[in-house]
Structure formats: structure tokens, C-alpha cells
Design a protein around this ligand. Structure first.
Ligand code: HEC
Length: 189
């Protein structure tokens, strides 16, 4: 009897390990280094329909006097939010895409409402836990950093993250330079 119980427990443990590995594996199914980074650390937009295939982490609304003047919608790969909830960290290869959208505003039955209109560009961050591209000025502080205009997905507009990104991300330093406060999906409850 004891043996049967131990065998069952062992089988369960193996099953749980396999499930955990499968869940972790999802992080890497769309690993940023496979879909958005070249060997020299150049960054391009991943060729993926992230609006339907990825997790929407949250939206920032840029307030104007009468209406939202812009919306920033942030996406990441499947599995990244689960990894973050379990470990408090973004996995190596996690990609964060912040899509910039203009707005339309109307009086709807709920009130004066602004909603997404045209997209104009994407801010992209790729988690680098290994310091891969020290010589490349798009990389540092644990991330690759780039901004793309909506009309040009292969070459970023930006060339130097220290000059073009860092100063504005200092307020988010304690949360790995990411504005996690805007992403309820990352909270465990
Ligand atoms: C003018 C200040 C400013 C600059 C410059 C800036 N950021 Fe940000 N970024 C923010 C703020 C504030 C947020 C969150 C709130 C928002 O989007 O309004 C944010 C959010 C992001 C996000 C979503 C993930 C997160 O951190 O919450 C990405 C990705 C991002 N920025 C990438 C970049 C990259 C790459 C650069 C440089 C090419 C850059 N940012 C330059 C202020 C800035």
C-alpha cells in the first residue's frame, strides 16, 4: 500500500514538473530573440499579430482637458504574465510592446467617451537577463530598447536608449524600469 501511495505521489510530482515546464516553455515559444532581434542586437518589430495573439497588459490614457488625447496599449507574449506572477520578474526574452493610438471622442450613453483610433508607432522593450549586447547602444539596464514609426517596422527611429529612453523610465526603476503600476494583469489577485 505504502508503495502504491509513493508511486502515485511520484507520478504526480513528475506530472506537476512537466506541467510547470510546459507553462514556462510558453515564455519561449515566442522568445524575443527568435522574433525581434538579429545576431548583432539590431531590433525589429516582431512579425506577429500581437493584438490577438498576445496578452494585453494594460492601457494608459493621456489626459487632455475634455478628452483622452492618446492611448498607450501594452502587450506581451503568452506566458509572460504567468511567469511574472510566479517570480516577480520578466523572463529573459520577454517583449513589451507599447502601441500608441490617437483617439476619437463621442457622447455615448455612458458619458463622454474616448476610444482608440489610429496607431502611430510602437515602443518596444526586450528583456535581457544576460547582458548580451554591451556594444550595442540599443541595449542596457537589462533591456533592449527601440521605438518604431508605424510605417517602418524594420528599422527603429531611435539609436541610443541612454539618451532617448532612460531619463523617462527612472521613476519605474524599482520595478525593473517598467511601469508595472499600469498592469493589473501582473497582480496575483
Ligand atoms: C517622455 C518620457 C518617455 C520617454 C522618452 C520614453 N518613455 Fe517609455 N514610457 C514612459 C512612461 C511614462 C510609460 C508608462 C506610461 C505611459 O505610457 O504613458 C512608458 C512605458 C513604456 C513601455 C511599456 C512598458 C512599461 O515600461 O511600462 C515601453 C515598452 C516603453 N515605454 C519603451 C520605451 C523606449 C524603448 C523608449 C526609448 C526609445 C522610451 N520608452 C522612451 C515614458 C517615456
Amino acid at each position: 500500500m505504502q508503495n502504491i501511495i509513493s508511486a502515485a505521489v511520484a507520478a504526480c510530482t513528475v506530472f506537476i514538473s512537466i506541467s510547470a515546464a510546459a507553462a514556462m516553455g510558453r515564455d519561449y515559444q515566442a522568445n524575443g530573440y527568435d522574433i525581434a532581434v538579429d545576431d548583432d542586437g539590431s531590433i525589429h518589430m516582431p512579425d506577429v499579430d500581437f493584438r490577438t495573439e498576445w496578452t494585453a497588459l494594460g492601457t494608459f490614457s493621456i489626459a487632455g482637458d475634455e478628452e483622452a488625447e492618446g492611448l498607450h496599449v501594452v502587450y506581451t507574449q503568452p506566458g509572460v504574465a504567468q511567469h511574472f506572477r510566479a517570480t516577480g520578474m520578466f523572463p529573459d526574452g520577454a517583449v513589451l510592446i507599447k502601441e500608441l493610438l490617437s483617439t476619437r471622442t463621442e457622447d455615448l450613453t455612458t458619458g463622454t467617451v474616448s476610444y482608440a483610433a489610429e496607431r502611430s508607432g510602437w515602443f518596444v522593450m526586450i528583456k535581457d537577463a544576460k547582458g548580451r549586447f554591451e556594444e550595442n547602444s540599443l541595449w542596457g539596464h537589462g533591456w533592449g530598447w527601440a521605438y518604431f514609426d508605424v510605417a517602418e517596422r524594420t528599422t527603429p527611429v531611435t539609436t541610443n536608449y541612454k539618451a532617448e529612453c532612460m531619463a523617462c523610465h527612472v521613476p519605474a526603476r524599482a520595478t525593473d524600469w517598467v511601469y508595472t503600476r499600469g498592469y493589473p494583469v501582473l497582480e496575483t489577485r
